[in-house]
Design a protein around this ligand. Structure first.
Ligand code: GCW
Length: 705
């Protein structure tokens, strides 16, 4: 008996520590702070004052209690000033520095008692302040003498879910959609509350629930009721719900013969539809639209323009305070011009013609979320329009969930790019946050990488991409390295022996992927349609700009896409100084060399290598970096729980194997044109080109409906 009791006791004692971690908690992992720091934090956070009875303040208080309970021990409930170490949460501050969503955290001392006061103008600011306060403890910063203010620089910080109504996710690698449309609205998965908490913790305040390749069904009454149930669940966390709207919905669900935006019946349909949605979702955010792109319907089907289409929808949601987010990801196979030029050519002439509640959402680069793209020429080119950023968080072109690629440096590189629109310092970040042209309605959107996998993002490290996206949407000028450090501390460990190497590994991981996939400015060399693995040989099919050979233009004479004035002249779409630099071999950054130039195989790189040798060495450098990540991760085992460590280690092995595959297949293909020997010390591809070309992957994940 005693033995059993003892065994049970031991089990109970060890159980919490031994509990495997699967990543579900994300960066909101409130594990106990180690002594003696724990006692110091506990003294500052001994109690929480009662809050006003609103859903958001109650959520803020609950989060604070939950966080403190895990980190330093359960706080008491006590009135402000009644004892030392009370935390006070208060909205209604009338503090001009904070705006609608900012917060202030201060340590105040009166009558020998110290209190921490988190204030904001509106409830949501208080919730954001609570998450910040908890993150200070999570990252082991002092909370003794706080005096900090933070307010978001971008107004709409949104996730775009490419989730289909049957729960598949276009370009999703983390399982099924978290939006279970079939069971909604009667059953709302409690997981949506954790989804909302995670988003609020990084300041995300909007979510488009359905794929931009939209079904009109989303706009029918039953689906509006389902979306309303989601909206009710996420509302306390400051998140507004948006829907992708299919432009031809008036025909498909409205019984009309046309979707012509100038047709009075069509206009009436959309007005009535907006009214209907706002009845169920009073704070509905608005519509996201992909029109006349990749086969989606749009105003051009009726000889109308993007302005006609966007403004018609804007007039429908405008009276309710809604916005229309109209994507600039538009290109046509009937258009023979360089695909990289088409978005700009289509939209730039319309600058100043869109309604005030329309935002043009532009992908970071002119092609499509490649491992590296120069910034999109529309940034800085439409000063009289609201221009939003669209980043991809899910890694469609960056190895899916099994490659460790931290996207912070990619986002930061784009945001720091100088458009020179109003002279030096006209960065993309300043376009996006509205500073450059005095725009108020600003947007940063990220195509979500969230699914119903226990770890949410398909891998532990992909959580960092969700996290850094939110943090950069809050402050587009923040440092992706600092953000990586915060994330690593909150997600894994504060031990510097973990943090330093982990952050270092993350920071180089994107450059490594560029190197083993598409070095020196190459782009779109992935397998056809699923975009898994190398496919530099992809050619033929329905349209040239869906092939790899269109982008690499490899031949006996050399490699690369000439976008200078001797070629497609895409460089002319940039501010003159920027375009001139891109077009000039002496000025262009070699990281984008083959994006802008077609060059002979023996062109001399700055390193002194020929283009061919440099290309091969870049691929190998990418593979070598992944080797290094495998070693680093193995050495970090003492600081990471076994389950998460093992998952990451497995994925790094997959990445190592696939990086080699990328290198070998690419060298085999491009070598068939260069006909040059490999540089000394470089191993030939393991298999023949025919072998690589023959492989097919009909079950690669991320397909649509
Ligand atoms: O990157 C491409 C993707 C498509 C996607 C499209 C878009 C939603 O391959 O799957 O469709 O971009 O952004 O609209």
């Amino acid at each position: 008996m005693r033995l059993i009791a003892l065994a049970l006791g031991l089990l109970l004692m060890t159980a919490p520590a031994a509990r495997a971690e699967d990543g579900y908690d994300l960066w909101l992992r409130y594990k106990p702070v180690e002594a003696p720091a724990r006692a110091a934090y506990a003294a500052r956070a001994a109690a929480i004052a009662p809050v006003a009875d609103t859903p958001t303040l109650k959520a803020a208080r609950a989060e604070l209690e939950r966080g403190l309970t895990g980190l330093v021990g359960k706080p008491a409930s006590a009135a402000a000033g009644s004892r030392d170490g009370v935390i006070v949460l208060k909205a209604g501050a009338a503090d001009a520095a904070l705006g609608d969503e900012g917060f202030r955290i201060r340590t105040l001392t009166a009558n020998g008692k110290t209190a921490t006061v988190i204030t904001a103008n509106r409830d949501i600011g208080v919730l954001y302040g609570v998450f910040r306060y908890l993150s200070l403890i999570q990252t082991r910063q002092s909370v003794d003498k706080l005096d900090l203010v933070s307010a978001p620089k971008v107004k709409l910080r949104m996730l775009n879910h490419w989730d289909n109504l049957n729960r598949t996710i276009e370009r999703g690698y983390a399982g099924q959609s978290i939006f279970d449309w079939w069971k909604l609205p009667d059953h709302v998965d409690p997981r949506l509350v954790d989804y909302a908490r995670a988003n609020a913790s990084i300041g995300i305040n909007g979510a488009v629930l359905n794929n931009v390749n939209a079904k009109a069904d989303s706009l029918t009454a039953p689906y509006i009721a389902k979306a309303a149930a989601v909206a009710d669940t996420v509302r306390p966390y400051g998140i507004k719900v948006y829907l992708s709207a299919r432009f031809s919905a008036p025909i498909e669900i409205g019984g009309l013969k046309t979707a012509d935006p100038l047709d009075p019946g069509v206009r009436a349909f959309w007005k009535a539809k907006a009214d209907e949605i706002y009845k169920s979702i009073p704070d509905f955010g608005g519509f996201l639209v992909k029109a006349n792109s990749e086969g989606q319907p749009g105003p051009q089907d009726y000889g109308r323009t993007h302005v006609d289409g966007a403004n018609m929808l804007a007039d429908a949601v405008g009276p309710h305070g809604g916005v229309v987010i109209w994507r600039a990801f538009v290109y046509s196979h009937e258009q023979p011009d360089d695909r990289a030029k088409q978005g700009y050519s289509e939209f730039k002439p319309f600058d100043g013609q869109f309604r005030d509640n329309v935002v043009i959402q532009v992908k970071n680069g002119a092609i499509d979320f490649q491992p590296r793209e120069p910034f999109h020429p529309l940034f800085g080119a439409m000063p009289k329009s609201n221009l939003g950023m669209e980043f991809q968080i899910t890694k469609e072109y960056l190895g899916f969930a099994t490659h460790l690629v931290y996207l912070g440096p990619l986002y930061e590189e784009t945001l720091k790019s100088d458009t020179m629109a109003h002279g030096k310092g006209s960065t993309v970040a300043k376009v996006i946050d509205g500073q450059l042209d005095g725009r108020k309605l600003t947007v940063m959107a990220g195509v979500a990488n969230i699914g119903s996998d226990r770890n949410w993002s398909g891998s532990q490290f992909d959580q960092a991409n969700w996290y850094v996206f939110g943090r950069l949407a809050w402050d587009p000028e923040a440092s992706s390295r600092d953000i990586a450090a915060d994330w690593a501390r909150m997600t894994f460990s504060n031990d510097p022996r973990f943090v330093t190497p982990a952050v270092e590994m993350m920071m180089g991981s994107r450059e490594a992927a560029v190197n083993y996939m598409t070095p020196l400015g190459l782009h779109h060399q992935m397998g056809r349609s699923h975009h898994y693995g190398p496919g530099p040989w992809v050619s033929g099919g329905p349209r040239a700009d869906w092939t790899s050979v269109y982008y690499a233009k490899a031949g006996p004479d050399g490699l690369g896409f000439d976008r200078t004035p001797t070629g497609s002249n895409a460089t002319a779409q940039y501010a003159p100084a920027v375009g001139a630099c891109f077009a000039d071999l002496k000025c262009v950054d070699e990281k984008t060399l083959l994006w802008f130039h077609h060059l002979p195989w023996d062109y001399r790189l700055k390193s002194g290598d020929t283009l061919w040798d440099g290309l091969v060495k870049s691929y190998s450098a990418g593979v070598a970096y992944v080797d290094g990540m495998n070693r680093t991760w193995a050495s970090l085992a003492p600081y990471v729980d076994a389950q998460r460590h093992a998952e990451v280690a497995d994925f790094l092995k997959i990445q190592r194997h696939e990086a080699q595959w990328w290198r070998d297949a690419s060298i085999a293909w491009f070598g068939s044109f260069s006909k040059r020997p490999l540089p000394p010390g470089e191993k030939p591809p393991a298999r023949s080109l025919e072998d690589y070309e023959a492989e097919s992957f009909p079950y690669a994940p991320g397909g649509g409906e």
